[in-house]
Design a protein around this ligand. Structure first.
Ligand SMILES: [Zn+2]
Length: 88
């Protein structure tokens, strides 16, 4: 199955996707496991929806919660990269 590792945290399930020359850690649908989701502004936060089949809500949170959980997901999925970034 290669390197398609996911990381489930309290708000979202996260996955590394490669686009062009860079890797990004993004929320994915735990059911469909794809990255067709998209984000939308939601009050003072953001919401993520999955567009596979019948469009459904993954979760919503504040921008700060999103940033915090993404950092945790990056640390779990890419411990070396997270350390390197912190060293700068
Ligand atoms: Zn889905």
């Amino acid at each position: 199955m290669g390197t398609s590792k996911t990381c489930r945290l309290s708000l979202f399930t996260w996955k590394t996707v490669e686009s062009k020359d860079r890797k990004e850690v993004v929320p994915v649908c735990p059911t469909h496991g794809n990255v067709k989701g998209s984000s939308r502004d939601f009050g003072n936060g953001i919401m993520f929806i999955c567009q596979e089949g019948k469009t459904h809500l993954l979760n919503h949170c504040t921008q700060q919660q999103f940033e915090d959980e993404r950092e945790e997901a990056i640390a779990r999925l890419h411990p070396k990269a997270a350390k390197a970034a912190g060293a700068g």
